[in-house]
Design a protein around this ligand. Structure first.
Ligand code: ATP
Ligand code: MG
Length: 334
């Protein structure tokens, strides 16, 4: 059976892009005949400094987000990365397989390190190596992600290929990225050239999963647009990134294609379309945020789910790490 793995960083501000590009699609995968593992990648989050108590809170909130969005912790394995030590252990092996140049040309590193890359953490540079380990420690076959993670998944394949080649084995699979749907790259509401991100300083740039109806309405009303009416075909959105973004969001939330949406709303002004989007977004997101808030009242239940998940995960990861150590020539305990 296919094995699906994906992760989200508990870096706070879980947003609509994470929901449409990741969480909602994880739920679709769960309903197929697959084994699935979903991870709060806390070790990735600390590649930039996190306040410890915020990190704990964000990890629990993210776990609540997974469950509220429809991930069933019985059907899927829900874990936080740091509780399954084989992720970090395999990452070290991959640090010795991957090349520095591969890491330095990653666009996420360049974006997040900014102008003073010498001052970025070593972990931020090695991020894709840990991500490759997250995936390959399960021999995962499918990784649903947003468009921004495409380059990291190509690197995961490069690492698997080089490991297999260096040690003359056929051990790690070449994992398929799964980047599908109308909202694989949700853009900032303030700037159609930037993706919506947890780490964007402007709260108005994103719709948070914890925003109430009023906040959602205000952010959509203020979202940047152009003065033209909506076109009646997807082609008409090509040079209009902000308009395209809002239509993509509508399509993904309503589970329609962009052309289906435009067949209905083509010709309308934003003054008419935005309130439709507000109603749809509130209808789809409010039940999730309500359920998240309810789950967050029982943090010890969340911690138990993560503990149980990591026990199940380690039944998969421990044997794969042991085989990897054996391939590399590290003597395992007898
Ligand atoms: P950060 O700014 O801290 O990197 P992020 O918003 O990029 O946060 P991640 O935890 O890095 O979120 O990514 C989790 C998942 O959400 C990944 O699969 C990623 O591709 C997806 N994702 C992130 N942002 C978007 C977006 N704007 N549109 C669609 N998918 C997204
Ligand atoms: Mg990111």
């Amino acid at each position: 059976t296919p094995r699906v793995f994906s992760g989200i960083q508990p870096s706070g501000n879980l947003h609509l892009g994470n929901y449409l590009g990741a969480l909602k699609r994880f739920v679709d995968w769960q309903d197929r005949d697959v084994e699935s593992i979903y991870c709060m990648v806390d070790l990735h989050a600390i590649t930039v400094w996190q306040d410890p108590s915020n990190l704990r809170q964000a990890t629990r909130e993210l776990c609540a987000g997974f469950i509220a969005a429809g991930i069933d912790p019985e059907k899927s394995i829900l874990i936080n990365q740091s509780q399954v030590p084989e992720h970090a252990q395999l990452a070290w092996i991959f640090n010795c397989v991957a090349r520095m140049g591969w890491m330095q040309r990653m666009t996420q590193f360049k974006d997040k390190a900014g102008k003073n890359a010498q001052n970025a953490s070593l972990g931020l540079l090695a991020y894709p190596s840990l991500m490759a380990a997250d995936i390959l420690i399960y021999h995962a076959t499918h990784v649903p992600v947003g468009e921004d993670q495409k380059q990291h998944l190509e690197l995961t394949r490069d690492i698997a290929t080089k490991f297999n080649h260096d040690y003359g084995v056929d051990f790690f699979p070449l994992t398929e990225p799964v980047i599908e749907g109308a909202a694989t790259r949700v853009m900032s509401l303030r700037d159609g050239s930037k993706k919506m991100s947890k780490s964007d300083a402007s709260d108005a740039s994103r719709i948070n999963m914890t925003d109430d109806a009023e906040a959602i309405a205000k952010k959509i009303r203020k979202a940047k647009t152009d003065p033209d009416a909506l076109p009646s075909e997807a082609k008409g959105l090509e040079e209009r990134p902000e308009a395209r973004n809002l239509v993509n969001i509508y399509a993904a939330l309503n589970e329609q294609s962009v052309d289906q949406v435009l067949a209905d709303v083509g010709g309308k002004q934003f003054s008419e379309f935005k309130p439709m989007l507000v109603d749809l977004a509130v209808a789809k997101l409010a039940p999730i945020s309500t359920e998240m808030a309810r789950l967050m009242q029982h943090p010890d239940e969340i911690d138990k789910i993560l503990t149980r998940g990591s026990e199940r995960a380690r039944a998969i990861t421990a044997p794969i790490l042991r085989q990897t150590y054996d391939i590399v020539g590290l003597i395992p305990p007898v």
